[in-house]
Ligand binder design. Sequence first.
Ligand code: THU
Length: 135
Amino acid sequence: MTVTREEKQSLIDLANEARKRAYAPYSKYQVGAALRTKTGRVFTGVNIENAAYPHTMCAERVAVFKAVSEGEREFEIISVATDNGGSPCGGCRQVLAEFGLDTIVLMADKDGRLIKETTVRELLPEAFTPEKLKP
Ligand code: THU
């Protein structure tokens, strides 16, 4: 299914809205994500930091985990909004790869500008996917 320009912008706007709810008192780097499933449902996520720093969770993974826990495993597109259009970390790339390399990834800044459009496949070359575990 194709994703229109308007739909992409709406996912970017949703990610930026969610971003306001980020809990990032330590880094002050607020991240929001909006993940659309192949069934058309949208799950948002924000980064959630912790006083015990390593227990912080990224916005993208919160969105993916919310979706999976609600029974969704097939994703079409995720938008990630940060102050400066930053890209998803390696851990989030790996988690996204688990559910498909063709998921479109939009990186946007705080003003809702699309900084880059790519795919999980491009972000994680030679990904370790579920197929690799097959005998
Ligand atoms: N962060 C995300 O939420 N997603 C990423 O892909 C990169 C990093 C968060 C984690 C932490 O709360 C803050 O950004 C600074 O690393």
